[in-house]
Design a protein around this ligand. Structure first.
Ligand code: F6P
Length: 337
């Protein structure tokens, strides 16, 4: 069942070859997606070009024809075999024109981009400015793309975090300490909120809730350590307010009686073998991307809603904020008494 799409049969030209790239932060399952797109496109009789180092490599012509063997034994590997980059040049119209010329030179009819918000925004701009069909796959651990219940890599990262927090809990309990654990997610609290629930943390401090209410004060007000010897607070990273270090410092100042520690999980959250869920999601989405191209869809992102593949206009996926389910906030609050 497909939500909506951008089908435009009048401008449809028959696809004979596609390019595929990964861009932005890598996420576990990207390889499974590359494999699925490659094999599904070859199955359709198309040529497939792997583009290395994201948009940077596209501009520089780091392009190689892929065969079915190019993606052998990759489904279980973390990272991305195509490598990835954050490309400044592609943010400019001149950079995007160079990228388009390179696609044209290699006779690539459509581009499949696997990446997060910034990467898909770039894809959308490229498609708006030039005559190229683009299909996006949501590849980010942040899970912050509108129109899909899950992004490729989110489930693996969530499980990695929960595994780490379980270990931190052992030492927190042994020493009667408060731990502030910082997780990735930039402007989105999905990783923090759900890992807090899954690991039985006492609180989560997430960007969606950094309103006028001070979440730390709320947590303390609820009776920090009243009935417990240790506490774990999961904090979404934040450039704005300094993340876990900032909150730990405040507690140290205001409550010197507490023994406070900070763990910043950092990039280990992005690595590792993808979970079975992410492998299946990436495989389904990769096949769906090729199906979408066969149907003449353009400039859409493949999403998953209630276990069905959906097409979401890229412009919507990157511009509309994906809300945190408020019910999750209540679940954590009620269960952390
Ligand atoms: O967008 C994915 C992400 O992992 C964010 O959660 C994080 O803020 C960012 O990438 C880190 O990026 P980099 O690896 O470039 O420092």
């Amino acid at each position: 069942m497909y939500l909506c799409g951008n089908k435009s049969p009048n401008t449809m030209k028959e696809i004979q070859s596609i390019g595929i790239l990964t861009s932005g932060g890598d996420s576990p399952g990207m390889n499974a997606a590359i494999r699925a797109v490659t094999r599904s496109a070859i199955f359709a009789g198309w040529k497939v070009y792997g583009i290395y180092r994201g948009y940077e490599g596209l501009i520089n012509g780091e392009i190689k024809e892929f065969t079915s063997e190019s993606v052998s034994s990759t489904i279980q590997r973390g990272g991305t075999i195509l490598k990835t980059a954050r490309c400044e040049a592609f943010r400019t119209p001149e950079g995007r024109t160079k990228a388009f010329e390179m696609l044209h030179r290699h006779h690539i009819d459509a581009l499949i981009v696997i990446g997060g918000n910034g990467s898909l925004s770039g894809a959308e701009e490229l498609a708006r400015e030039h005559d190229i069909t683009v299909v996006g796959l949501p590849g980010t651990i942040d899970n912050d793309l509108y129109g899909t219940d899950s992004t490729i890599g989110y489930d693996t990262a969530l499980n990695t975090i929960v595994d780490c927090v379980d270990k931190i809990r052992d030492t927190a309990t042994s020493h009667d300490r408060i731990f502030f654990v910082e997780v990735m997610g930039r402007d989105a609290g999905f990783l923090a909120q759900n890992s807090a629930i899954a690991a039985g943390a006492e609180a989560a401090i997430i960007p969606e809730d950094r309103t006028d209410i001070d979440q730390l004060a709320q947590f303390i007000g609820r009776g920090i350590r009243k009935s417990k010897n240790s506490s774990i607070v999961i904090v979404s990273e934040s450039k704005k307010d300094g993340g876990a270090l900032h909150y730990a410092e405040r507690v140290r100042k205001e409550y010197p009686e507490y023994d406070v520690r900070v763990t910043i999980l950092g990039h280990l959250q992005r690595g590792g073998r993808p979970s079975a869920y992410d492998r299946i999601l990436a495989s389904r989405m990769g096949v769906a991307a090729v199906e979408a191209l066969k149907e003449g869809q353009r400039n859409i992102m493949i999403g998953i809603k209630n276990d069905s593949i959906v097409y979401v206009p890229i412009s919507k996926a990157v511009k509309i904020d994906k809300p945190i389910n408020r019910e999750l906030i209540n679940v954590l609050t009620e269960l952390s008494i």
